[in-house]
Design a binder for this molecule. Structure first.
Ligand SMILES: C[S@@+](CC[C@H](N)C(=O)[O-])C[C@H]1O[C@@H](n2cnc3c(N)ncnc32)[C@H](O)[C@@H]1O
Length: 444
């Protein structure tokens, strides 16, 4: 069964809770790929090709054969878009691992970088990514396929990786603890992805890298996780590595702290700790990103049932003396961290509506809260609200990355200029050390 949301048809597989459904995107067709590469929504493609919504839908899901001329028109639009985007943008090449919806990429494009490789395995994130970034390369899936065979990744100067944070985040760790599951490096499916990233660095030896994760990475497992990461990067890969926790408050009305780990292949004068950040106090407030209440679809207002439940939950915990529960914000406030679970009940950031029950943020407000939609930059969202909330809740705040990238830029240039003179040494052909089973005891 198909439902149509934000112009996209999705297969409904599981009614979840209250208002959320898990959506599985339809099989991608040549038409849908080209349409996204052309940066067109389905409606815009209908207008361009002068076909009815029904015909466009049938092209999209592969039930009708697409005329050659229509594919050619889409391809030309996609090529034109790519050329416009790439004009004058080639100071250095970078790769985008665990790309999500491209938060790190936006930051490094802003300083003149060109993305030459992307890996992101979630089909919904791929959909948002390709709608927003015209590319001459496809979005690849599982990073582990490439860490096994890094030659498949093109040469690059900078490696970006926002490797999954659930194995290290406070919420992820307590959930895994309560289920008696391993976390951190011992979480088999996700915890070891740092080592896959390290293996790719070892092979390609880019001039610089940026790794990004939750602040809790530094203290996870009493600091042992972070010490292992730094040991691999500094002692095995021999990079010059610095790290810093940065909160997004100076740039967006959200308190979101992330650790950025920056490494340079050669010694550099980049000094992360002394980098002066803008003052958090002078940062923007929620009023700058909120849509007027009367423009917001009533579906974002909490249902009476959910609102009653959240109030009851908070009262119960307050009586026990702890602070669990929803948080309500107005235009003069700064929001708490938007999480990937925001789609569930929105409780961490509810917007007060005078005379009404509170509402969730809209996906557009989330795009602004994360700095994706900002200034002249528009960010396109075609996925369901559930997926949009997940994608923004997992993302990095773009202006923070722009700030870090700007600070790194002269040092990337110096490293690249030096390696043109003395061609960089080939990467060491050794496998990066991964944790062995006995660590399990240490991780509890
Ligand atoms: C913390 S998010 C990164 C978000 C990104 N920095 C952004 O701004 O959107 C981690 C991403 O890694 C992806 N991921 C997890 N395991 C992966 C794997 N093995 N291969 C490729 N992508 C993976 C997830 O789907 C998720 O989108």
């Amino acid at each position: 069964m198909f439902v149509r949301i934000n112009n996209v048809n999705l297969t409904k597989i599981d009614p979840e809770n209250d208002s959320s459904y898990i959506m599985r995107p339809r099989k991608r067709t040549e038409f849908s790929r080209l349409r996204e590469q052309a940066g067109l929504t389905l409606e815009e493609a209908e207008a361009l090709l002068e076909v009815s919504p029904r015909t466009a839908y049938r092209y999209e899901d592969g039930t009708s054969r697409v005329p050659r001329l229509a594919l050619k028109t889409l391809k030309q639009t996609a090529d034109r878009r790519l050329q416009e985007c790439e004009a004058g943008k080639a100071d250095f090449r970078f790769i985008d691992l665990f790309a999500g919806i491209g938060g790190l990429r936006l930051g490094f494009e802003s300083i003149g970088g060109r993305c030459v490789f992307t890996s992101e395995w979630d089909p919904h994130s791929q959909q948002t990514y390709s709608l927003n970034f015209p590319d001459n390369h496809r979005i690849n899936g599982d990073v582990r396929e490439f860490s096994k065979n890094p030659d498949l990744i093109p040469e690059h100067d900078v490696l970006l990786a926002g490797f999954p944070c659930q194995p290290f985040s406070l919420a992820g760790v307590s959930k895994k603890n309560s289920l008696g599951r391993p976390h951190g490096f011992l979480c088999d499916t996700q915890g070891t992805l740092f080592f896959d990233t390290a293996q790719i660095i070892a092979h390609h030896r880019p001039a610089a890298f940026v790794l990004e994760n939750v602040k809790n990475l530094e203290s996870h497992d009493q600091g042992r996780t972070f010490a292992t990461i730094m040991n691999v990067l500094q002692n095995e890969l021999k990079y010059h590595v610095q790290h810093r926790v940065i909160s997004s408050e100076p740039w967006v009305p959200q308190k979101r702290e992330r650790v950025f780990i920056v490494g340079f292949r050669e010694p550099s004068e980049f000094d992360f700790k002394s980098l002066k950040l803008p003052a958090a106090k002078s940062g923007p407030k929620l009023g700058t990103i909120l849509q007027p209440h009367d423009e917001v679809d009533p579906k974002y207002t909490l249902t009476p049932r959910l609102w009653e439940y959240l109030q009851g939950y908070k009262a119960k915990h307050q009586a026990k003396g702890n602070g669990f529960g929803y948080s309500l914000f107005g235009p003069d406030d700064v929001a708490r961290t938007l999480s990937a679970r925001y789609y569930k009940d929105g409780s961490e950031v509810l917007i007060d509506q005078p005379g009404k029950r509170p509402r969730r943020l809209t996906p557009l407000e989330c795009a602004r809260l994360m700095g994706f939609d900002r200034g002249d930059r528009r960010f396109r969202i075609e996925v369901s609200d559930t997926q949009a909330y997940r994608q923004f809740g997992n993302a990095v705040v773009v202006p923070v990355v722009e700030f870090v990238a700007e600070a790194m830029k002269p040092h990337i240039e110096t490293t690249l200029a030096a390696s043109k003179q003395h061609s960089a040494l080939p990467g060491p052909a050794f496998p990066v050390t991964r944790p062995v089973t006995p660590l399990a005891a240490a991780h509890g």
